[in-house]
Design a protein around this ligand. Structure first.
Ligand code: ZN
Length: 136
């Protein structure tokens, strides 16, 4: 494992502390790296309406893209939890990630005990519905 990936894991784990999760009590952190080298973090932000809740992965993505970083892509994603088995992105986040990741983007799932799993985005979300489908 290279140093950069370790830094992303550390950042994702540290981002958990900012979680606003009074309803689920699940503190999730995320870190993403873009193809231009920039790194962004996020945490889950829950809302009493539930529907207004945003996962850590999407918070990191919104932060990055709200700074007009296109046309870069996401090259690495780390999702951190304190669950025994590291949590994968939910279906909604996978769909959002499909918009900005490549099939080769690495997705690392880690917990506070450093148990981790890394896979390619194409393994996490095969046959994704992508922007190209709307251009046909
Ligand atoms: Zn999600």
């Amino acid at each position: 494992m290279n140093t950069l990936k370790t830094d992303l894991i550390t950042l994702a784990l540290e981002s958990r502390q900012f979680s606003h999760s009074p309803y689920s009590t699940k503190k999730i952190g995320a870190a993403i790296q873009l193809s231009n080298g920039a790194v962004y973090t996020g945490c889950n932000i829950e809302n009493a309406s539930y529907g207004g809740t945003v996962c850590a992965e999407r918070v990191a993505i919104w932060k990055a893209y709200s700074e007009n970083l296109k046309p870069v892509t996401i090259t690495a994603v780390v999702v951190a939890s304190d669950e025994k088995s590291p949590w994968p992105p939910c279906g909604f986040c996978r769909q959002v990630l499909a918009e900005f990741c490549t099939p080769e983007t690495t997705v690392t799932l880690v917990n506070t005990e450093q148990k981790k799993t890394t896979l390619k985005f194409s393994e996490l979300f095969p046959f994704a519905f992508e922007p190209e489908h709307l251009l046909k």
